[in-house]
Design a protein around this ligand. Structure first.
Ligand code: PMV
Length: 360
């Protein structure tokens, strides 16, 4: 199904060649997207903190061909070296977005990309990677249609990024980003992400995320396999409804700065994501013993200190430790003293809430 809103009519300008660079951040979901329908439509709405330090930088150089080519012409480089492994994913992305960017077969592209985080860190780069690439292609479209508004630019970038990797649509802007239709969130859409439209208390304006690298290997289950496991899952319908309820619950949490309720929803979402994987067929256990050791330590520390440290997880063993700025010294000391021992090679990444992608 084509979303006609994002199909351009005629371009007013021409562009022979050029080069553009975008740096797009990763994001961490608070209410998780897990399960999708056809065409990358999410089965439930989600919300995320945009990150700051974890990011992908992509440069796209483009040159107009004499004649439109029957195939895409793309040269791919990762961290300075040719990277043919990316080709299937990038070509399938180009195929999906071609109806919305009809010039893709009229140019030859060189795509050079690098991540701020180590390649083998177990941190997925698909969200930041697809967002950065979508933004570069939008910059070319803006050359062809300079009248485009910045709102449309961001919305279409999010729309395109979603077609590469669902969660990538939440990596265009910051700081709190919502994706997926929710009847009480005005402007929410399954097609692209929006900035959270309600009031957000200042405590959430500067939140920290220390990512503990428990397992730096390749993910055991790709997210597309994971999303598919939600079809015919015995608990999927209840889970999709729960995501709506949790998003609604977060509205007053964000407004009032209710950290206790925030912790309850965020940790429950993380554990539910993993519970869904444990109860699908086939079933998976993506936590490692050290994931559980860290969670238990966080719970003990929170109880003993009355701080507001909490955790969330993505579809893997690594732990995102979340905490507000006014507790950062005591919590970070605790992380260094007691949690880092559970990390593979004692590695972790210090990140915090960020404000979206930047053109360099
Ligand atoms: O964007 P995908 O298809 O890689 O899915 C991401 C799924 C989770 O990271 C587990 C949750 C989320 O909402 O980001």
């Amino acid at each position: 199904m084509i979303s006609t809103h994002f199909v351009p009519s005629v371009y007013s300008h021409q562009k022979k060649e050029g080069k553009v660079t975008w740096k797009a951040p990763s994001n961490i979901a608070l209410v998780k997207y897990w399960g999708k329908k056809e065409n990358q439509i999410p089965a439930n709405p989600s919300i995320s903190f945009t990150l700051d330090a974890c990011a992908t930088t992509t440069t796209v150089s483009y040159k107009k061909l004499e004649n439109r080519s029957p195939e895409f012409s793309i040269d791919l480089f990762f961290e300075g070296k040719p990277k043919e492994d990316f080709r299937p994913k990038i070509e399938s992305f180009f195929n999906r977005i071609e109806p919305y960017l009809p010039f893709l077969k009229e140019y030859i592209f060189i795509v050079e990309t690098s991540n701020s985080f180590p390649h083998s860190s177990g941190i997925a780069s698909s969200a930041s990677g697809m967002a950065a690439l979508a933004l570069c292609l939008m910059s070319l479209e803006k050359e062809l249609n300079p009248e485009m508004s910045s709102d449309f630019f961001n919305q279409k970038a999010s729309f395109l990024a979603r077609l590469g990797s669902g969660s990538a649509c939440r990596s265009i802007e910051g700081d709190l980003i919502q994706w997926g239709e929710h009847k009480e969130i005005i402007g929410s859409s399954d097609l692209f992400a929006i900035k959270y439209p309600f009031k957000v208390h200042s405590v959430f304006k500067n939140y920290f995320d220390t990512i503990l690298l428990v397992d730096k290997g390749q993910k055991q289950v790709s997210s597309s396999v994971g999303h598919n496991l939600m079809h015919n899952h015995p608990f999927s319908e209840k889970r999709f409804k729960q995501a709506h309820v949790n998003l609604k619950g977060l509205q007053s949490v964000f407004e009032k700065g209710d950290l206790d309720k925030f912790i309850e929803i965020v940790e429950s979402e993380a554990l539910t994501l993993h519970a869904m994987m444990m109860t699908s067929l086939p079933y998976f256990m993506l936590m490692k013993p050290n994931t559980l050791n860290i969670i238990n330590k966080i719970w003990e520390f929170r109880k003993a200190t009355n701080t507001h440290i909490c955790f969330t997880l993505d579809a893997g063993a690594n732990v995102h430790v979340l905490y507000p700025e006014n507790e950062k010294d005591v919590v970070f000391q605790f992380i260094k003293d007691e949690l880092v021992v559970y990390c593979e090679e004692q590695q972790y990444i210090c990140d915090r809430i960020g404000f979206g992608a930047k053109q360099l």
